[in-house]
Design a protein around this ligand. Structure first.
Ligand SMILES: C[S@@+](CC[C@H](N)C(=O)[O-])C[C@H]1O[C@@H](n2cnc3c(N)ncnc32)[C@H](O)[C@@H]1O
Length: 277
């Protein structure tokens, strides 16, 4: 994901080189675009949500009512949260992601579908005219937002939480892995279809960004879809500081179970229940 407004893909040097070599067969797209949706599914980017959703759900107070889920994607967490019985408002900026989630809901039992509201909006600037007991942000999502965009997320969330409400923000916990991330790595892997892909990740320490490029291993692929994604390299300490500056009280950091591991949830509380009286 490039920027909140999805103004078009970023252009990592790697992608430029590939585009130059494949010529007209090349399609450059954001990982959450329509053009990438087939690759997204092939890479099972949507897998492993149940355990994570259960991890989040364990932190939701039973009396907190409907959950506001931000950057819901194709419903990796939304569907298991609905299956657990929660009511969910799922907000997402990418129309491609939202379309997939809508289709999944259409195929789901009516009881689940009826407890889900889909919203096409930008999580850094939204107004739903409603307040929630809990807002959830999945891991690998806060790092899609620029420094300039995160304050908009915090203030939008604040305006949609009831006093005492919780913002549960998932993110990678670099301390848990004990590994230093290399500045550059290239890795080949196989999709569900058997197709091979190449992932290239490059960290730019001075700019605090990590660019990720995924493309077919087969150089003759037509179309040759190059997916790009830019992540900010940010730590839980930094996000916790920003949340405190935005008026939240970061009450806990809880490890998040799930296939991806090394992730945690920052539990940020907005005001207290007494403020409502
Ligand atoms: C890492 S994916 C996570 C999706 C889903 N929550 C999950 O766990 O699989 C991040 C999602 O956030 C969405 N997103 C990125 N920027 C956004 C924004 N400004 N407002 C709303 N959604 C956004 C992307 O389109 C993508 O679907």
């Amino acid at each position: 994901m490039i920027s909140k407004a999805m103004h078009g893909p970023i252009r990592p040097a790697r992608a430029d080189t590939l585009l130059a070599s494949v010529g007209e067969r090349g399609i450059l797209c954001d990982f959450y675009d329509e053009n990438a949706s087939e690759i997204f599914r092939d890479l099972e980017a949507d897998a492993g949500g149940t355990e994570e959703a259960h991890g989040f759900a364990a932190l939701v107070r039973p009396e907190s009512g409907a959950i506001l889920e931000l950057g819901a994607g194709t419903g990796r967490l939304t569907i298991p949260l609905l299956e657990l019985g929660w009511e969910v408002t799922a907000l997402e900026l990418s129309t491609a992601m939202l379309t997939t989630l809508r289709t999944r809901l259409a195929d789901a039992p009516a009881d689940l579908r009826d407890r889900c509201t889909l919203v096409h909006a930008d999580m850094t600037a939204f107004k739903l005219g409603e307040r929630f007991g809990t807002a959830i942000l999945s891991p690998s999502t806060i790092d899609l937002l620029d420094d300039a965009d995160r304050p908009g997320l915090y203030s939008s969330v604040r305006e949609h939480l009831r006093p005492g409400g919780r913002f549960l923000l998932g993110m990678a916990n670099p301390d848990a892995s004990g590994r230093q991330e290399p500045l550059e790595r290239t890795q080949e892997f196989t999709g569900r279809s058997g197709r091979r892909y190449v992932l290239h990740a490059k960290v730019y320490p001075s700019e605090e960004i990590r660019d990720v490029t995924i493309h077919p291993a087969d150089e003759s692929a037509d179309p040759f879809v190059i997916c790009v994604n830019r992540f900010r390299v940010i730590t839980p300490d930094q996000i916790a500081r920003e949340l405190e500056q935005a008026g939240f009280d970061v009450v806990a950091r809880t490890p998040l179970p799930g296939v991806r591991n090394h992730e945690l949830v920052l539990e940020a509380q907005w005001g207290s229940v007494e403020d409502a009286h």
